[in-house]
Design a protein around this ligand. Structure first.
Ligand SMILES: NC(=O)C1=CN([C@@H]2O[C@H](COP(=O)(O)OP(=O)(O)OC[C@H]3O[C@@H](n4cnc5c(N)ncnc54)[C@H](O)[C@@H]3O)[C@@H](O)[C@H]2O)C=CC1
Ligand SMILES: O=C(O)CCC(=O)C(=O)O
Length: 410
């Protein structure tokens, strides 16, 4: 078999990093894949490149940065599973151009993040971070000054997606008023009210919580000007991505007591594991609750994520389905018990499908079913074919100039 990824299961290698939940390992093994390496931390780029040699399926969380350079070193990489929601740690376009779909778990830790933020809202509104720090130093900060019930207060949510909207419902359950800002028109769940702008949210909220992805537009979206727009004595929560907030500007706003407190779970630069020191200008500030990017780190979420993402990787390996891929044409495929299935990933150029079909007709092989989805730059076509000379077909497909990769499923 000529295609480099047309392999029996015992030759397919999985690498799972960053301590993904054991259920992922069980799920992969149960599906017949025994060649599995599991690491509890992220790997620094040099070690990652080495570890990726011969690996077909890679599983990561948020700390592994899969750049174009890393992808170039991963000669056999077939798919990547992000065992989390965010996929900003992967160069998604570069992966697609190399024929590598990237999967994630878009809902599996939503509730965990919303619950943590809900708890932080009460903690911050009661000034718990500074009272806790004081008590650890032997001080007795028993005071109601600056302490508030959350009932009747306004929560401003930036990014009213899965987490933001779930948080809104929970916060309304505690009697809060919810306003939100999103760049997309969103159904205002419960009594939540869309604001006319980000500034309106910042000006009106007693506490602001950020739930946007890391994008060119969101990086640095909360800086000096936006912090100044927030009410004096208000609070900020960020459990989205670290680069969304300008940390030096936040530190300044907290030191000057313009902001009364903050809870920050994500940072522009995060340690790759427990042995690396966490460095931040926010360290040592009494009115800041710092957590090590654990918004989604509950046993429930990690188990759900493990099953979801491992299932997507195995399905792509066994069946070719790309449903749930975040960077790739999504093709839903039935089982192919009796047919031979051939997958062809190509640059989306005129004439490719004609060339693909010619390979089959020249080999005298009938295509029983064909599935196609395209994105502007990449197309993915799957053929279920009658018995024929698979080697000849694979060679023919590989000879098409626009071919990125071809797989033959056993
Ligand atoms: N701290 C943690 O452990 C976790 C952090 N996250 C982060 O939370 C983010 C949000 O997660 P979900 O709610 O599931 O994502 P989502 O995609 O459902 O929602 C994000 C929302 O932000 C909106 N948005 C995008 N750009 C915007 C902008 N410039 N201004 C205003 N709104 C904008 C989108 O339209 C969308 O409604 C993830 O992308 C991830 O980075 C997710 C899970 C765990
Ligand atoms: O738990 C993790 O490693 C990352 C969680 C997260 O930020 C996400 O799901 O986007």
């Amino acid at each position: 078999m000529a295609a480099k990824h047309s392999l029996p299961k015992d030759k397919i290698n999985f690498l799972l990093l960053e301590g993904v939940h054991d259920r992922a390992v069980e799920s992969v093994r149960r599906s017949g894949y025994e060649s599995l390496r599991v690491e509890s931390t992220a790997l620094e780029p040099g070690a990652l490149k080495e570890a990726l040699a011969g690996v077909h399926f890679l599983g990561i969380r948020s700390r592994s940065h899969i750049t174009e350079e890393i992808l170039d070193a991963a000669d056999k990489l077939t798919a990547i599973g992000c065992f989390c929601i965010g996929t900003d740690q992967v160069d998604l376009d570069a992966a697609r151009k190399r024929g590598i779909p990237v999967f994630n778990a878009p809902y599996a830790n939503t509730r965990s993040v919303a619950e943590l933020v809900l708890a932080e809202i009460i903690m911050l509104m009661r000034g718990i971070p500074e009272k806790n720090m004081a008590a650890h130093r032997g001080e007795w900060l028993k005071t109601a000054a600056g302490s508030h019930e959350v009932r009747g207060k306004t929560l401003g949510i930036v990014g009213f997606g899965h987490i933001g909207s779930q948080l809104g419902i929970l916060a309304e359950g505690m009697g809060m008023n919810v306003i939100f800002h999103d760049i997309v028109d969103k159904l205002p769940l419960g009594n939540a009210r869309p604001a006319s702008s980000l500034t309106e949210v910042l000006q009106q909220a007693d506490i602001v919580s950020l739930h946007v992805p890391d994008t060119d537009q969101t990086r640095g979206m909360i800086g000096k000007r936006e912090l100044a727009a927030m009410q004096t004595g208000s609070r900020l929560i960020n459990a989205s991505r670290g680069k969304v907030v300008d940390i030096p500007a936040l530190a300044e706003a907290l030191k000057s007591h313009h902001l009364a407190g903050a809870a920050i779970d994500v940072f522009p630069s995060e340690p790759s594991g427990p042995d690396e020191t966490f460095v931040s200008e926010l360290r040592g500030m009494d009115n800041v609750l710092l957590t090590p990017h654990i918004g989604g780190s509950t046993r429930e979420a990690q188990e759900n994520i493990a099953l979801d993402v491992a299932g997507k990787l195995v399905r792509y390996s066994d069946n070719g389905s790309t449903m749930g891929a975040v960077n790739f044409p999504e093709v839903a495929l039935p089982d192919h018990a009796t047919a031979r299935r051939i997958l062809h990933i190509h640059r989306n150029e005129p004439g490719v499908l004609q060339a693909v079909n010619s390979v089959f007709s020249e080999a005298g092989v009938n295509i029983v079913a064909q599935y196609l989805q395209t994105m502007p730059d990449v197309g993915y076509v799957v053929m279920d074919a009658e018995t024929g000379d698979a080697t000849r077909i694979i060679r023919g497909l590989e000879a098409i100039p626009a071919t990125i990769r071809t797989r033959y499923l056993y």
